[in-house]
Each structure stands twice: as structure tokens, then as C-alpha cells.
Write a protein that binds this ligand. Structure first.
Ligand code: NI
Length: 183
């Protein structure tokens, strides 16, 4: 089932999300719904807080970007209870957008590579290094679990320039072709 995407201004996007146990109710269904919601809105990643659920879960499917970025072929994962264990010192700028912040893109500086520990949909433990766009998408989704949005990470000047746009979004003044919610 496609779920509404919570939009900038919704309090759930600012909460620190909680770890979950394997007995979390209806987890399979939630993961399935999150994938449907992500595909429906043409996203490559979606975090549980974006569908109003404050738990440490995000899904990524970057295979639509693999035509232009062959290294993303097969990069489809479910991340549960993830912890970023290492961040590279070298930072890179890359343009980001977010389904929760309609019609906006901004350059954000982040570490180029990371090591992340996480559990998959079967609660199997993994530790993996990612770099480039894969690391970028993971860090963006991971931030959602800590109540951080990419617009928090842009330069002071850009932040000033975005203020009124973000304010309008939080008042419901936006138009997107997918279901949203603002509470
Ligand atoms: Ni996002």
C-alpha cells in the first residue's frame, strides 16, 4: 500500500528514531509499503520517519541510477538499526533532494565514503563500506533517523535563501504528484 509522505514541518521528521527488535509488528508489510511508496514517488531512498513511523529503518533502491552510474547496479538494501562506524575525511559536494522537501535541490557537503553496520530485513548483521553516490544516499537516509534534513547541512548563505521556501512548504504550499501529509 502506498503511504503518504510526511512533509517538511511535520514533527516526526525532527524526532530521533528508535531501534527495533525482530518482533516489531507487521515489519514485512511496512518494508513492502515503503518500497511501493518510494517507487511511486520516484525516490531512490525512503526512511521510516518519512512515512510517519519513528523507527531506525530505511530502504534504498538506487538501481534506476545505474544507467549513468554503473557502480550502483544492484544497490538495493534494507537498513535496520544502522550505525555509521566510520566517515572519510575527504568531503564531496553533491546535489540532493528529498521526497519530504518538495521541488527543492541543494548542494550538500558530506564524507565521500563510510563504513556502516546494519541489520537487513532478516535481522542479519552486516558491516560494509560504501563510497560515492551510494554513500551519499545512505547518509541522507541515515540523517532522517536522527531528525536531520539535508537543508540543515547547506551553507549559512543558502540556509538564509531557503528560509522562505521552506516556510511555504511547511504551510502546505507545494505541488507534487504523490500523496503527502503535513502534521
Ligand atoms: Ni530525504
Amino acid at each position: 500500500m502506498i503511504k503518504p509522505v510526511y512533509v517538511y514541518g511535520s514533527s516526526v521528521l525532527r524526532k530521533v528514531a528508535q531501534n527495533i527488535e525482530p518482533n516489531y509488528p507487521k515489519l514485512d508489510e511496512l518494508i513492502k509499503d515503503m518500497h511501493e511508496t518510494m517507487y511511486h514517488s520516484d525516490g531512490v531512498g525512503l526512511a521510516a520517519p518519512q512515512v510517519g513511523i519513528s523507527i531506525r529503518l530505511f530502504v534504498i533502491d538506487a538501481t534506476p541510477l545505474a544507467d549513468e552510474n554503473p557502480e550502483l547496479e544492484g544497490f538495493k538494501r534494507v537498513f535496520i538499526n544502522a550505525q555509521i562506524a566510520e566517515r572519510s575525511k575527504d568531503l564531496v559536494l553533491y546535489s540532493e533532494g528529498c521526497l519530504s522537501i518538495p521541488n527543492l535541490r541543494e548542494d550538500v557537503e558530506r564524507p565521500d565514503s563510510i563504513v556502516i553496520k546494519y541489520q537487513d530485513e532478516d535481522f542479519k548483521f552486516h558491516e560494509e563500506r560504501f563510497e560515492g553516490i551510494a554513500a551519499r544516499i545512505i547518509q541522507h537516509e541515515y540523517d532522517h533517523l536522527d531528525g536531520i534534513l539535508y537543508t540543515d547541512r547547506v551553507s549559512m548563505i543558502r540556509k538564509q535563501m531557503l528560509k522562505s521556501k521552506l516556510h511555504s512548504i511547511s504551510k502546505g504550499k507545494y505541488n507534487v504528484p504523490y500523496k503527502t501529509k503535513l502534521v
